[in-house]
Design a binder for this molecule. Structure first.
Ligand code: WT7
Length: 646
């Protein structure tokens, strides 16, 4: 499908065009894109909002007096939009969620069944005392009760705060306290590679250290003995309220739908809040326009629902459009490395959305795995989370997409709520290695340190220059919760994304990685500062610096390297190494545990005493260090190179 016409602006990169068969059926064709854009910003976003059912129409698309408010005056309920309206439209028997369990079990919920369980659990939450505005924390693995609980919360206007089940008790406690959340829905445990993980014990420990009382509801996932202790059993609550109907609470467009924590530049987790009207509009529209989803589609977003990707494109986006969403509890290589392809084949998945870190693993395992399955149901492939290099792009398209599925690379963040940069698969050409352009209705720029736009071909920071509906609440309000919002000299509004990028002559953006200490490891966003603060809490540790190095196996994108400088009388030995790892595991969870711990007599520093992570990252990746003469202690760098123990 390569376009053979040579391209003047970027001769080394080829264009790819979507096949006619895709273009003909696409939700958004060139004429639709033009009609959207002709309305101008912000009015164009009313086209997106029309994908939803509003209890009360909004008075304006955007009110930007002082604070940014999308769809002021509008009222709606997210649970109604994701569930009831599809049943009312006569689609109650269609599948809403199809779940693939870790032990090979499957469970499907029709929209009618989903409505039944959401109503029953919403009634139960109310009876427990959950009112509008109360925050409910959901600490659950990838089981259907997680989206059910999210939708039940949305139904009664209680913002949910989903905490990734791989986080530690300490991390959960911080999040319970930070969100002032007095209700927790968790489960007894879950399976990871065949072993049962005791989630309930972690939840109990977190509740003990939270700064207020927490009422627990527990799903019985392991199906063995019921966990003991003071809590309500999810199954009992749902059974008691079977057949209940709970009227969806009409929420203001600007009222909060959920909280989600992410890793910011500081050592503290950052709380991000998303609104009901703006967020739901944004994810429904991008699911329609970029992922090309509709009611007849089966969509599989492989991200964990604990992260924003799962919220937006495994739950809210596809369900708002009445599609079927696939939820998979397991790992891609268990029991066999063809597990994903088997699931796609059996479920007739139309659109598959995953991360480059996974695609690189698939490449390593070999093309025979996808090729051993009939993947002809696939119509579109998506990529998210990090840059997808050209090799991975082509492999994905050729071996998963059978050579003719368009691939959409999608750039966005927890803070943006939904996709901001991509290509429209029914309209735009694709350029492997470049993410694409700003979506219609979104405006971005690449700027220098002063906020001035740089020329095409020059690197700078990616900023969004106009508000968009999915923007986190904090971005609407100026300062707060780690959001970065500035006004340049000419008074222009900028949201600084923290990512560096370069725009080519065609307006396609190439992402160059983060400008701060936020890193992506196996698709998880982590703050190196957060890991460092856990390490320096270990007795005997004087200083620590954490960097991410390239992983030689290339299965993961990267691995976490900790350079740790012990106190003068303390030995950097295996015991200390274990204590460092345990401390990170306890504070954050296994996802953040350093792969490599190197003990260093000291860390490379500038004359003003700042640790220069650039050199450490080069050492960790085995790269050339370049000129180290600006360091106060250049000798330590050579010494560190010899100390790294892989
Ligand atoms: C960071 C946001 C992506 C939404 C879910 C994760 C990086 C994301 C891409 C892409 C290059 C990407 C950025 C961004 N990122 N997508 N297509 N190409 N980089 O959201 O955990 O908040 O992470 O992921 O660095 O800032 P998140």
């Amino acid at each position: 499908m390569a376009d053979s016409s040579s391209d003047e602006t970027c001769p080394e990169r080829e264009w790819e065009t979507p096949p006619d068969s895709f273009v003909e059926q696409a939700n958004v064709a060139a004429a639709d894109r033009d009609a959207f854009e002709e309305r101008g910003w912000p009015g164009c976003w009313s086209v997106a909002a029309d994908l939803l059912d509003w209890d009360r129409p909004f008075d304006a698309v955007l009110d930007d007096e002082g604070a940014t408010r999308w769809f002021p005056g509008g009222r709606l309920n997210a649970s109604y939009n994701c569930v009831d309206r599809h049943v009312e439209a006569g689609r109650g028997d269609e599948t809403a969620i199809t779940w693939e369990g870790k032990l090979g079990e499957t469970r499907a919920y029709s929209y009618r069944e989903l409505a039944g369980e959401v109503n029953a659990f919403a009634a139960a939450l109310r009876e427990l005392g959950v009112g509008e505005g109360d925050v409910v924390t959901l600490y659950l693995p990838m089981i259907p009760e997680l989206p059910v609980a999210m939708l039940a919360c949305a139904r009664i206007g209680a913002p949910h705060s989903v905490v990734f089940a791989g986080f530690s008790a300490d991390a959960l406690a911080t999040r319970l306290s930070g969100a002032d959340s007095e209700y927790l829905v968790t489960c007894d445990g879950y399976y990871r590679r065949g072993t049962a993980i005791d989630l309930k014990r972690r939840a109990d420990n977190a509740c003990v250290s939270a700064d207020h009382d927490v009422e627990q509801v527990v799903v019985n996932r392991l199906e063995d003995d019921r966990p003991v202790g003071d809590h309500h059993a999810y199954a009992d609550l749902v059974a008691e309220h079977e057949g209940a109907t709970v009227d969806p609470v009409s929420r203001g467009a600007d009222d909060l739908l959920f909280y989600i924590y992410t890793s910011g530049t500081t050592g503290e987790p950052t709380l991000v809040r998303h609104t009901t009207g703006g967020y739901l509009t944004h994810v429904a529209w991008t699911s329609h326009a970029v992922l090309d989803l509709g009611p007849d589609d089966t969509h599989w977003c492989s991200a964990d629902v604990g992260w924003i990707t799962g919220h937006s494109y495994a739950v809210y986006g596809p369900l708002a459009l009445g599609a079927t969403t696939v939820l998979y509890e397991g790992t891609p290589d268990h029991p066999e490395t063809d597990r994903l392809w088997e699931i796609i084949e059996r479920n007739g998945v139309d659109v598959f959305y995953t991360a480059p870190t996974s695609i690189r693993a698939f490449m390593k395992w070999g093309e025979e795995h996808p090729e051993g399955h009939d993947l002809s149901s696939l119509r579109l492939l998506g990529s998210v989370g990090e840059p997808i290099d050209e090799t991975a792009w082509h492999w994905y398209r050729d071996h998963v997409g059978d050579g003719d599925c368009p691939v959409v690379d999608t750039w966005w963040q927890t803070e943006t709520g939904g996709i901001v940069l991509s290509t429209l698969p029914g309209v735009d050409r694709m350029r492997p290695g470049a993410v694409g352009k700003s979506l219609p209705g979104v405006e971005t720029a690449v700027v220098d340190e002063l906020g001035e736009r740089v020329a095409a071909g020059e690197a700078g920071q990616l900023v969004v220059t106009r508000p968009w509906p999915g923007m986190a609440r904090s971005l609407c309000e100026g300062a707060g919760w780690g959001a970065r919002r500035t006004r340049t000299a000419d008074g222009e509004w900028h949201y600084e994304t923290g990512d560096n990028a370069v725009r080519d002559d065609d307006g396609y953006l190439h992402l160059l990685g983060r400008a701060d200490d936020v890193v992506k490891v196996s698709d998880r966003r982590l703050s190196t500062t957060e890991i460092e603060s856990a390490i320096v809490g270990v007795e005997g540790v004087a200083e620590a610096a954490v960097v991410v190095g390239a992983d030689e196996t290339a299965v993961q994108t990267s691995e976490i390297h900790a350079f740790v400088s012990p106190e003068s009388n303390v030995a950097g030995d295996q015991t200390l190494r274990e204590r460092v790892r345990d401390a990170v595991q306890e504070a954050i969870g296994p996802i953040a545990v350093p792969d490599v711990v190197t003990f260093a007599p000291s860390l490379p520093k500038t004359r003003s005493g700042k640790v220069v992570r650039r050199y450490l990252a080069a050492i960790a990746s085995g790269e050339d260090l370049g000129d180290t003469s600006a360091l106060r202690n250049p000798d330590v760098v050579g010494e560190l190179e010899s100390l790294v123990d892989r």
